[in-house]
Design a binder for this molecule. Structure first.
Ligand code: CUA
Length: 157
């Protein structure tokens, strides 16, 4: 074996020990852990959409391979939505068509935006980060309609 190969091999071994030591130090001495799976908890499991006031709502959206939960959200015209987005598995994106909303859906973290729907119609939302084989199918929609039509359809969501 050449001397330079021996040196490279030795350096690699030393770096492996240093990196492993750094991980153990972070884990044991600094108590740093992987993120908890917040998608297992409320309000991301049930009651994902609820009314917080007159025409204001809170919506908790979960992204996963390859769908959003909920996939369809019905709301009255003029609704303001506090939107909380997270991911169950890997990094996804969340973009609402015709709205200034563009978030990342990150496992173990919650991203927030407030959005108001002043015009009736359908607002598609889609994943904008390539997340695997069915990334192109990962989409949903807000259906914004008159309050009377909404009541006929059985209320929000
Ligand atoms: Cu999720 Cu692309």
């Amino acid at each position: 074996m050449d001397k330079s190969e021996k040196t490279a091999l030795s350096l690699s071994g030393i770096l492996l020990v240093v990196f492993f030591g750094a991980i153990m130090y972070a884990s044991i001495a600094k108590n740093i852990d992987v993120p908890t799976c917040i998608t297992d908890m409320d309000p991301f499991v049930s009651d994902t959409l609820f009314e917080t006031g007159s025409d204001s709502y809170e919506l908790h959206m979960v992204a996963r391979m390859w769908a959003f939960q909920p996939s369809t959200v019905r709301l009255p015209v003029g609704s303001t939505v506090d939107l909380y987005v997270t991911s169950q598995d890997i990094i996804h994106g969340f973009k609402i068509d015709r709205k200034n909303v563009n978030l990342m859906a990150v496992p173990g973290a919650i991203n927030y935006v407030r959005v108001t729907f002043d015009e009736p119609g359908e607002y598609l939302y889609a994943c904008h980060e390539f997340c695997g084989a069915a990334h192109h199918t990962m989409a949903g929609r807000f259906i914004i309609e008159d309050r009377n039509d909404l009541t006929d359809a059985g209320g929000p969501l």
